[in-house]
Design a protein around this ligand. Structure first.
Ligand code: 2U9
Length: 344
């Protein structure tokens, strides 16, 4: 067989193989066999050129054949790729008209909700909202608030101290009262502020106590503020939050930073005062404490107790959430389990 005949056959076979390739893999295999390796038909013909009499003519002939074969492979590759694309368009089609899975809409945490409701009520009564650090100094948390040196609240077993600076001088605030002390340091009366926030105590977790909880405290300092203003303010916010059927009641108490001091309770929201298991059949649930700011506290922050008087109060936000939503264990309020929180 002559070089010309073999080249002619190479072209026919290779073009035929390209056209007949059933898949891209097959096409590649055929291309390798006919064109792409030393041992391919084309490779062998190229070797033969050296032994031809008219090498230039043989080279030209094989070159033309190669171009034709390459075109055939390129054309078939194009066809097969188009077909594969068309097939994947059908196979991978996304039907945008099909409804998706259900996405639940989230909501605020019950504590956040009550926190904000309380802020709204007090802003409505003319108070400003103040914030302060959670890691505090002994001065703001205890000393300025008239806690005597040996007071049990200052003991290691009740307060979480931070290993920073002087021993027992840096702590996690046990109430938000330091925010009001800082407010009184920074501005002169009249002062009407509420301080909501997270506080920390070295308590063992049970249904009603937790080492981390939230409280809101209020402070009013002005000329001529009386105990009557305090009682009226507490009654006003209880009515605003729980409605006109829920009332406030006061009992004498003691706090280092207020004199006189009271504890206050409200009508049980579950039985409206009739008596039930939530209120231990008393018709009342305890809410917080309050009192007239002790003159010693005013002196600590350089406010003249002869000219000004004031009241302060405090209660737990988690406790209000527990009462309003009927949550039996305080741990459920803040451990963030969405299976529990979803129901509110
Ligand atoms: C300043 C002066 C006085 C804030 C007050 C209470 C009484 C009180 C507790 C209730 C339940 C905290 O969440 S709780 O554990 N609070 O009983 N708090 S008077 O008195 C202040 C605050 C700041 C400068």
């Amino acid at each position: 067989m002559t070089f010309v005949d073999d080249t002619r056959r190479f072209t026919d076979d290779a073009v035929g193989a390209a056209r007949g390739a059933a898949s891209l893999d097959d096409l590649e295999e055929q291309e390798r066999l006919h064109l792409k390796s030393k041992a391919s038909t084309h490779g062998l013909l190229k070797e033969r050129i050296k032994r031809e009499d008219d090498r230039a003519a043989a080279g030209r002939l094989l070159n033309e054949a190669r171009v034709e074969v390459e075109r055939a492979f390129a054309a078939r590759r194009d066809e097969l790729e188009r077909a594969a694309r068309a097939e994947s368009m059908v196979r991978d089609r996304i039907d945008l008209t099909v409804g998706g899975g259900e996405y639940r809409r989230g909501h605020l945490h019950p504590v956040t909700r009550i926190w904000r409701e309380l802020e709204d009520v007090f802003v409505g009564l003319g108070y400003k909202v103040a914030e302060g650090p959670e890691v505090e100094l002994d001065w703001y948390n205890f000393e300025a608030l008239n806690f005597p040196p040996g007071h049990p609240a200052r003991a290691m077993q009740d307060t979480l101290y931070v290993r920073l600076g002087e021993p027992e001088q840096v702590l996690l605030r046990t109430h938000t009262s330091p925010v009001q002390v800082r407010t009184m340091e920074a501005q002169k009366p009249p002062i009407y502020v509420v301080a909501p926030g997270r506080v920390f105590r070295r308590d063992t977790l049970d249904a009603r106590h937790s080492p981390v909880f939230h409280q809101i405290e209020g402070l009013a300092v002005d000329e001529g503020i009386t105990l009557g203003d305090l009682l009226g303010t507490i009654e006003a916010f209880i009515h605003a939050l729980f409605g006109p059927n829920i009332n406030a009641r006061f009992l004498p108490s003691f706090f280092p930073f207020t004199e006189p001091s009271v504890e206050f309770a409200m009508t049980c929201v579950f039985c409206e005062g009739a008596g039930c298991t939530v209120c231990s059949k008393t018709g009342w649930v305890e809410l917080g404490g309050a009192g007239m700011v002790d003159p010693a506290v005013f002196e600590a922050v350089d406010i003249d107790p002869e000219r000004y008087s004031g009241f302060a109060f405090g209660f737990g936000i988690d406790r209000v959430a527990q009462l309003l939503y009927g949550i039996d264990h305080v741990k459920n309020v803040w451990d963030g389990d969405v299976r529990f929180l979803r129901q509110f």
